[in-house]
Ligand binder design. Structure first.
Ligand code: SAH
Length: 279
C-alpha cells in the first residue's frame, strides 16, 4: 500500500483519535528498530539521530503511518504503548520495568475501581500502569521534584482526567484512610507493615517491589508477625524476560538481557480464625 493510500486509511487505535493532535505522544521507530518518544508541541522541532523534524508536520497524520523523513530515513509513526512510554519518558527516579509492571498489575490484582495507596511514586511509571486499568491512586512521595515529575508523566500519557493525587509525605509516618491495595517501591517497606495493617481493608493486598533479597528477608519477617490482623498468602517471586533474535536461519535468544530488576512480594490481610456458626 502506498503512502498516500495509507494516509487516507482510517487507523483506529485504543487511545483517542486516529490522527495525531497537539499534546499527543509520538513514537518513531526506524528501520533498525531504534525508538524515540516525544510529545507534540506547536512550533517545536524534535532532534534525534534521524535529523530534525517539525512537530507541526505530525498534526493530522494518521497513527500507524510510515514516513520518509527529510533526512532520508524511513520511520513508522505510532502512538507509544505504555511500555514505550515508560522506557522513553523523562525519569527522575529509576522506573519499574514493563515486565514487572505487568506482574504487579496481575498478582497485586489491581483493577477498575480499586483504591490504591502507592509509595513512593518516583517517575510515575507504576502509577500510569495502575491508572490505565482504572484504579484510583493516592501516591505518597517525599521528594517534591519526583512528585511533580510523576504527575507530569501521568498527564502526558493518560491526559488530565485520571483518578490520581500525590501527597508530599513520608509513608513511614503513617497512612490516612482505607485502601484495597497498598503498593510500595521504596527501600524499607517493613516500616510500612504496621501502618498497612490498619489502612488495608480486610482481604486487601499488600505489594512490595525490592531490588535485593536481604531487604525481602527483613520484609518477610515483619509480614510474619501475628496480631489480631495478619498477613497470609505471602509470595515472593521475580519475573525473567528473555527476548529472542529471529532473522533468517539465526533463531536464538538475544545475547543480552536485563537479568535482574527486582523481587515482588504480595500478601493478603486477614483476621483471626473465627468459629463457623451453623444457623
Ligand atoms: N515505582 C516508581 C519508582 C519509585 S523510586 C516508578 O515506577 O516510577 C522510589 C521513590 O520512593 C523515590 O521517588 C523516593 O523519593 C520515594 N520514597 C523513598 N522513601 C519514601 C518514603 N518514606 N515515603 C514516601 N516516598 C518515599
Amino acid at each position: 500500500m502506498g503512502l498516500f493510500a495509507l494516509i487516507k486509511r482510517k487507523v483506529i487505535l485504543g487511545r483517542g483519535s486516529s490522527k495525531f493532535e497537539i499534546g499527543d505522544n509520538v513514537l518513531l521507530v526506524d528501520r533498525k528498530g531504534r525508538r524515540a518518544v516525544f510529545s507534540l508541541k506547536p512550533g517545536r522541532v524534535f532532534s534525534s539521530h534521524l535529523g530534525p523534524v517539525s512537530h507541526d508536520d505530525f498534526v493530522g497524520l494518521p497513527k500507524g503511518t510510515r514516513l520518509k523523513l527529510p533526512g532520508g530515513s524511513v520511520v513508522t509513526v505510532l502512538s507509544p504503548t505504555l511500555a514505550d512510554q515508560v522506557l522513553g519518558m523523562p525519569r527522575g527516579a529509576q522506573v519499574i520495568y514493563p515486565k514487572d509492571l505487568g506482574s504487579i498489575l496481575i498478582f497485586g490484582d489491581i483493577n477498575q475501581g480499586c483504591r490504591v495507596l502507592e509509595a513512593g511514586v518516583g517517575s510515575g511509571a507504576l502509577s500510569m500502569a495502575m491508572l490505565s486499568v482504572g484504579a484510583t491512586v493516592v501516591g505518597y512521595e517525599i521528594r517534591e521534584d519526583f512528585a511533580n515529575r510523576a504527575q507530569k508523566n501521568v498527564t502526558s500519557h493518560l491526559g488530565p482526567d485520571t483518578q490520581y493525587s500525590v501527597e508530599l509525605r513520608d509513608i513511614y509516618n503513617g497512612i490516612d484512610g482505607t485502601f484495597d491495595r497498598i503498593v510500595l517501591d521504596l527501600p524499607e517497606p517493613w516500616r510500612v507493615v504496621e501502618h498497612a495493617r490498619r489502612a488495608l481493608k480486610l482481604g486487601g493486598i499488600f505489594v512490595s517491589y525490592l531490588p535485593t533479597i536481604g531487604q525481602v528477608e527483613t520484609l518477610r519477617r515483619e509480614l510474619d508477625v501475628v496480631d489480631a490482623l495478619m498477613f497470609k498468602n505471602v509470595d515472593t517471586f521475580e519475573t525473567l524476560m528473555r527476548s529472542w533474535h529471529i532473522e533468517g536461519q539465526s533463531t536464538r535468544p538475544d545475547h543480552r538481557m536485563v537479568a535482574h530488576t527486582g523481587f515482588i512480594t504480595t500478601a493478603r490481610l486477614v483476621g483471626q480464625p473465627e468459629r463457623w456458626i451453623v444457623p
